[in-house]
Design a binder for this molecule. Structure first.
Ligand SMILES: Cc1ncc(COP(=O)(O)O)c(C=O)c1O
Length: 371
């Protein structure tokens, strides 16, 4: 039985009867950009993410760009980020004219290493950082990152594109972020019907600034306080996302069940290293990530695909390996952990509605390859 890496149609089928009348209503009211459905979604997102305020925008990359600007990152500033993340985390720093400082990851949780972060701060004196909650969980040292940044005056942005629904010590991961971001790219845990994103904030001041930044730097109609961006959400997208957010408990249950299935089935095998969230972190089941000892990640993915199993590699290369980073980014240390992880990482099929039979098919193929 072939198993897709992702099948969005299972969620779409569940939402269809709820979304279509809402979309018809949006069309009838011409609610194309902004409007009451976008405002309602922002309130629903704030509740789900455990924060007082949320500002929606056009995608998760814009959310990072405006998030950095709201934190006061200016051209020429140095901004730390993990060497293992999605390229948008890097891109956003360069788009605001800042200089990326690449920091290695911790082999235990695959998130930015706190020790390397502190040593990079001493060596390079960055004034801001983007911490990424990658792979559907978060750093074991999250509290240390936040405390260190407050003590040392480092402005901390938290990229939560992959962490919607993650809890840390019983609270949503972005609840403690000064400014956090998320992405509604359709493949995400809360995925939209088109690109979308949001920024979480604690203060009214940040909310006002971010609303302005996302709307051409507007102060009032046709008067501008700053140079901003056009990064706004459609009512159609908000209607779809509200339906997804209403299903969040079921989505998380399905994804966590599949992640636990893989961990139980593959965890004891001598040749398989299956990655897991640190203690105190409840994953959202965004990805099932593992490595097969003695085999390269691409070799394993090719072998899975030959057996009809969809698989991918998040991510096959680090930030410092990308051509536009050469001679631009500051590299802290040898970055050997992130390079090693990218050489071997493999992601198995995992999506809302995946069945135990499909997980078993994927796990059996992986066991065959690893033996
Ligand atoms: C960690 C991370 N940051 C940022 C983004 C960018 O989000 P978007 O694709 O919505 O621009 C993504 C997802 O694509 C991501 O996984």
């Amino acid at each position: 039985m072939p198993v897709p890496f992702i099948d969005l149609s299972r969620l779409v089928r569940e939402l269809r009867d709820e979304v279509l009348p809402a979309w018809t209503d949006c069309l009838d009211r011409c609610e194309f950009v902004g409007g009451p459905r976008v405002a309602a979604l922002e309130r629903e997102l704030a509740t789900a993410l455990g924060v007082p305020r949320v500002v929606s925008c056009a995608n998760g990359t814009d959310a990072l760009i405006v998030g950095l600007q709201a934190l006061g990152v200016r051209p020429g500033a140095k901004v730390a980020l993990p060497n293992l993340t999605f390229w948008a985390t890097y891109e956003a720093i360069v788009q605001v004219g800042a200089i990326p400082v690449l920091v290695d990851v911790d082999p235990a949780d695959l998130q930015m290493s706190f020790d390397a972060f502190v040593s990079a701060h001493r060596a390079h004196g960055f004034t801001a950082a983007t911490l990424v909650h990658l792979y559907g969980w978060a750093s074991a040292r999250l509290a240390d990152f936040r405390a260190y940044c407050i003590e040392s005056g480092v402005a901390l942005l938290e990229d939560g594109a992959q962490s919607f629904g993650v809890d840390v010590d019983g609270a949503p991961v972005l609840a403690g972020a000064t400014i956090g971001t998320t992405s509604f790219y359709p493949a995400k845990v809360v995925g939209g019907a088109m690109d979308g994103g949001a920024i979480t904030v604690q203060s009214e001041e940040h909310e006002v600034l971010l609303r302005s930044l996302c709307n051409h730097g507007r102060a009032q109609h046709y008067s501008y306080a700053r140079v901003g961006w056009n990064s706004r959400m459609s009512g159609l997208q908000a209607a779809f996302l509200s339906a997804v957010v209403r299903r969040l408990p079921a989505i998380l249950a399905s994804r966590r069940h599949a992640a636990a299935f893989y961990r139980k089935r593959l965890g004891g095998h001598a040749n398989i290293e299956i990655f897991a969230p640190p203690a105190g972190v409840l994953e959202n089941g965004y990805l099932a990530s593992l490595a097969v000892r003695g085999k390269g990640g691409q070799e394993v993915v090719d072998a899975l695909k030959a057996r009809g199993i969809g698989a991918t590699r998040t991510y096959p290369e680090t930030m410092d390996a990308q051509a536009p980073a050469k001679g631009v980014a500051i590299l802290h240390g040898d970055l050997s952990v992130s390079r090693r992880v990218t050489a071997s990482i493999v992601n198995l099929p995992l999506f809302h509605g995946i069945t135990d039979d499909e997980c078993e098919e994927a796990a059996a193929a992986l066991l065959d390859i690893a033996s």
